[in-house]
Design a protein around this ligand. Sequence first.
Ligand SMILES: Nc1ncnc2c1ncn2[C@@H]1O[C@H](COP(=O)(O)OP(=O)(O)OP(=O)(O)O)[C@@H](O)[C@H]1O
Ligand SMILES: [Mg+2]
Length: 321
Amino acid sequence: MMLGSSLKNAARVFDTLAVGNLNVDITAFVESTPPPDGEVEARVFHISFGGSAANFAVALSRLSSRVGLIAHIGSDEMGKSALAELEREKVYTRLIRVEKGRTTGYVLVLVERSGVKRMVAFRGANQLLSSRSLPLKAARRAKIVHASSVKPSTAEGIAAKAVRGGAVFTYDPGGSALKYPLKEFAPVLEKTHILFVNSTEVKAITGISDPKKAADVLSEYAPTVVVKMGAKGVYAVGEEEREFIPAFEVEEVVDTTGAGDAFNAGFIKGLLLGLSFRECCIMGNAVAALKIAHPGARGGLPTLQQVSEFLRARGFFIRGL
Ligand SMILES: Nc1ncnc2c1ncn2[C@@H]1O[C@H](COP(=O)(O)OP(=O)(O)OP(=O)(O)O)[C@@H](O)[C@H]1O
Ligand SMILES: [Mg+2]
């Protein structure tokens, strides 16, 4: 991929700026969901920091990239703690806006014994995310701007600024892919260098159930389309290449939350290292495989050294790793 070699040498402060949500996840593991007006006891209960863009930023930072996060938090204690956690992870946080009188976003997650998940999202300060959240000056300092779980109209504004600033724009619409038709996505996709989607999302956007055919349709808009297919692996369409790369076998899948963000971070790290298209997919699969063997969206996110060891143990030797 030509893009990779030019990114490797670009002199910009940020390898990547991640744009999107920052949340506090409150997770309760229960036998079953409580009945109306009823109560159940939780077996395990924990509070962790999440939000797709924030998780992606942490994943990429652990892979030794200089990452900044663009997000909005409330002027509350949870917001402060979330910032402190990002700083510990060496994510640049000065572009995160603290909104007076607002509450940081929360996601309440109920996980039943059967594995069924129920979520209640409170967007809070995340609601203020817009294309204005990304200063043009910051876009000029970034090699890549990545929008994560951002709706298409907002993503388009962010993409336009990224392109004006001379950055490469990459996009993972996440759940918003299920809410908007292709017509709504077309303007942002035309400014997108790499589109990341999963198999449900690619079907929802295009209305085509075969992920390969659906990816081919989207590749008429964006030069690179990467479809994540869970345990199967990924199907990626580039300008000249078309690859199916199987996922790594994971002995015990503990928690797939954030697997998609981990994959995106691995792929983009590959791009920043100037790796080939195929190698970028392998990097994504490796980072995601290491993540899903641990609980939480950020548990198990590896360092570059750990990715290298993981790949070598499986017979993959990537130059520069
Ligand atoms: N059971 C599994 N075994 C091995 N690898 C997996 C498994 N599940 C997910 N992965 C890896 O994680 C990547 C991303 O997972 P998935 O396809 O579920 O994306 P996603 O739906 O975008 O994830 P998310 O729900 O986090 O947004 C896959 O492409 C694969 O590399
Ligand atoms: Mg996803």
